[in-house]
Design a protein around this ligand. Structure first.
Ligand code: SF4
Length: 252
């Protein structure tokens, strides 16, 4: 865990609260970081054109990027995965994005037959039984629809930040995703405090589950609030001793 995380307010505030009030802190560097992120988006649009898509988790970092895209006025597609196990609060962001920005978010869902067969064979909550079953669930609900989302694309935009976990400590602004595409993370160098300062300043819509100590929000059965001193992604697959990644951002 980074020093930045251990000093964050949730370490001393176990009850639900307002994420902006708890975390937002404008830093002297943030104006420069915003300008740099906007320029990265403009450059990516020039370089990739229709081959570019924002792959949004609908988490707060991705909401910031959607807001930055709206600010540039660039015609960048925005897409998300609906795994069929998301919180209602997460899905409720889709009409909020449309109302706020006029963007229709493209939604990619798993193949229905594959889900039906998996659930019939292994049960609704097979992910708790073994890491193998959890990865199988992520594979059919996330990885396969992501592959369809990225088909024909030359680059995708993510909300990855270096501060999110040790495994993400070396996230680059622009890197090879291992599948002959560029993976772009325009706010890789932002802190959690800066993300929330931006949200506050620009009144960015966000998932209210972030107000309940869920800095990283995935599927409902696989996300819990984090406790005092835990890592950003500790609430994901909390029962596992794993890297807290589902494969969407696997390297190589
Ligand atoms: S996060 Fe959980 S529910 Fe969602 S796809 Fe992975 S194992 Fe399945």
């Amino acid at each position: 865990m980074s020093d930045g995380v251990s000093s964050l307010p949730w370490a001393a505030a176990p009850a639900a609260g307002n994420a902006i009030a708890l975390y937002a802190k404008w830093t002297p560097a943030l104006d420069v970081k915003i300008a740099a992120a906007l320029q990265r988006l403009r450059d990516a649009n020039i370089q990739h054109g229709d081959g570019l898509v924002q792959s949004s988790s609908l988490g707060v970092e991705d909401m910031v990027i959607t807001d930055l895209i709206a600010r540039t006025g660039l015609p960048i597609d925005i897409a998300t995965l609906d795994t069929g196990r998301l919180h209602a609060e997460t899905l409720a962001l889709l009409p909020r994005i449309q109302a706020r920005y006029g963007f229709e978010v493209q939604v990619f869902k798993p193949v229905a037959d594959a889900v039906i067969q998996f659930v019939a064979r292994e049960g609704e909550d097979a992910m708790y039984r073994s890491m193998e079953l959890r990865k199988a669930c992520c594979g059919l609900r996330k990885l396969e629809p992501l592959a369809r989302m990225l088909k024909g694309r030359s680059a995708w935009i993510t909300g990855l930040r270096r501060e999110q976990s040790g495994a993400r400590g070396d996230v680059a602004f622009d890197e090879d995703d291992g599948n002959s595409r560029r993976k772009l993370s325009p706010i890789a160098d932002w802190s959690w405090a800066e993300v929330w300062a931006y949200v506050e300043k620009h009144d960015v819509p966000y998932n209210p589950l972030h107000d309940q100590f869920m800095p990283s929000i995935g599927c409902a059965p696989c996300t819990r609030a984090i406790a005092v001193g835990e890592d950003f992604r500790a609430g994901r697959w909390w029962w596992e001793d794993s890297s807290k990644e589902c494969g969407l951002h696997a390297k190589g």
